[in-house]
Ligand binder design. Structure first.
Ligand SMILES: *Cc1c(COP(=O)(O)O)cnc(C)c1O
Length: 524
């Protein structure tokens, strides 16, 4: 350890006397010039990147990039902010994956609305913590106003409430937590899992979700002590939507085998197919069976602001709880999400009182302490970016952007179905498209899997475009996730052409083997 400077307590007028404090980099009124200069440099650097970036990814491999980190010793700071920013350009910005690029089509990452990024600066600089009023004041009211707005968009009434979360994973965890505790309170004679832990009956609790629902449900069931196997997969129809008949059968089957269904999750926008479970038909089944209905609209929530397609979410207002991921479908930076409940009373299973933070007396005085309905304590003011986006652009613009990418997915579907070299698995309901390269003559299923895996790998390496890979019915596919309203059909055509080129190269490389035994054609 190096010898640090002696710490001196300053008796008076510290700002006038101690240059150290100013140099130390605190953000306050005294060093406004340093801050402004740093922000100016960051802005210039970012604008430079956005201007220069020709493709969504450089194609760098982890091991290649890792060598650049070997020389970085974190014990020795650099001479200036500028030097640190220069270093960051090499270590990160040069090779980052750029979601704003029209040929980024891999995962549910959206390009970002600029007012949201500017708002992030305010969020970080003021650093409100939206757990209690006494750490946030107006920030708490901004978040609550957005929660109330979201509730109205869903069609919930005045009993509704919610809270911002880190993402769909946390929101789904909260949903299953509320469902589990509610079931126990109502059906097990007021038994409180919150206070007493899991009852013996919990080993039989089951959650029903479509077989293509998000894996965060299994994770949540595991965290909640129910076990990942408590999530029962329900069959879908040909369009990857949960079948109401299959749900009814699955509930019966659970009961026949001594299990206890407690909740149903309707996925409104599946991650792979963008399919929307028919929640208006599922809701009466759940009501009749006395089951909590959670709507996972992490992806499909973009329809809440769609001027023309909102009716595709019809029935969402019948859910007991809803997951919305603004960082997927509202052009918001990560993290920006919310968990919503139809009846705010259910959130009480998340309420704890700490004398130092949110004493019971404050609840009686109606002080808004959002920590009372959150899994988190210190919590970032993520609501501000959505607020600024809505105040500057308005909801219709966001909805139109979502409609734009849905229309693009339709057009891409048409392109693919007209192309004999590609096989498409479904007609998009939102903005994803699952397909694979399947040129005439290549029929061996294992070879098709290898071919498509190799295409994705090769595309990742050249970085001209990024697509995702997924599996369905045991086979490998490629996937477009379209969230960028700046992406055009020309981009889609160019990406298909790149996929074809890589596919052809793979097949050429193993054509001698193909003539013999297709199965010995490997990726290596
Ligand atoms: C992305 C996604 C999630 C998880 O959300 P995160 O924000 O990544 O935690 C949950 N459900 C669905 C349907 C999703 O697409």
């Amino acid at each position: 350890m190096s010898m640090g400077k002696r710490v001196e307590v300053i008796d008076d007028a510290p700002w006038g006397r101690s240059q150290d404090w100013i140099d130390s980099g605190l953000l306050n009124g005294r060093n406004a010039a340093d801050f402004a200069s740093a922000v100016g440099q960051v802005t210039q650097t970012l604008l430079g990147r956005f201007d220069q970036v020709q493709q969504p990814f450089s194609g760098v491999l982890p091991a290649e990039l890792a060598t650049a980190f070997e020389a970085v010793g974190l014990d020795q700071p650099l001479a200036s902010f500028e030097a640190a920013l220069d270093e960051l350009e090499k270590l990160y910005l040069h090779d980052a994956v750029y979601f704003h690029h029209p040929r980024y089509m891999a995962h549910l990452n959206c390009p970002i609305a600029y007012p949201a990024v500017a708002a992030e600066l305010i969020t970080a600089a003021v650093n409100s913590s939206v757990d209690t009023w006494d750490q946030s004041a107006g920030a708490t009211l901004i978040e609550q106003h957005l929660i109330d707005w979201t509730a109205r968009r869903i069609g919930f009434d005045a009993r509704a409430d919610g809270v911002f979360t880190s993402g769909g994973t946390q929101s789904n965890l909260m949903a299953l937590l509320l469902a589990r505790d509610h079931y126990s309170l109502v059906r097990l004679d007021g038994y409180s899992i919150q206070k007493q832990g899991l009852p013996a009956e919990a080993a039989r609790f089951r959650i029903l979700a479509s077989r293509i629902a998000h894996f965060s449900l299994q994770k949540a069931a595991s965290v909640l002590g129910l076990g990942a196997d408590a999530v029962v997969p329900v069959d879908c129809d040909a369009d990857y939507r949960m079948s109401p008949v299959a749900l009814t059968n699955a509930i019966d089957q659970c009961r026949r085998t001594g299990h206890t269904p407690i909740a149903v999750v309707a996925t409104l926008g599946s991650t792979d197919f963008g399919s929307i479970d028919p929640i208006a038909e599922l809701a009466p089944i759940c009501r009749q069976a006395g089951l909590w209905l959670h709507a996972d609209a992490a992806y499909g929530c973009g329809l809440l602001v769609s001027p023309n397609c909102r009716e595709r979410l019809a029935g969402i207002e019948q859910a007991d709880s809803v997951t919305v991921d603004f960082h997927k479908s509202f052009l918001q930076p990560v993290s920006c999400s919310a968990f919503m409940v139809k009846d705010r009373d259910h959130l009480s299973c998340l309420t704890y009182h700490a004398d130092y933070l949110n004493p019971r007396s404050q609840t009686q005085e109606k002080t808004p302490n959002l920590v009372c309905k959150s899994l988190q304590t210190t919590r970032r003011f993520d609501a501000l970016k959505l607020w600024m986006t809505l105040r500057v652009l308005g909801p219709d613009k966001l909805g139109e952007a979502f409609e734009q990418v849905m229309a693009l997915a339709q057009a891409a579907h048409t392109l693919l179905t007209q192309d004999a070299d590609f096989e498409v698995l479904h007609r998009p309901e939102l903005s994803t498209l699952v397909f694979r390269y399947r040129p005439a003559g290549v029929t061996d299923p294992a070879l098709l899997d290898e071919l498509n895996a190799a295409i994705r790998k090769a595309l990742m390496r050249d970085g001209r475009a990024l697509v995702a890979a997924t599996r369905e019915a045991g086979r490998s596919y490629l996937k477009f996730t379209l969230l960028n309203p700046a992406t055009t059909l020309t981009d889609i055509r160019a990406v298909l052409s790149a996929l074809r080129t890589h596919g052809q190269a793979f097949l050429d490389a193993c054509s001698p083997a193909l003539q013999g035994d297709a199965r010995i054609c490997g990726v290596n």
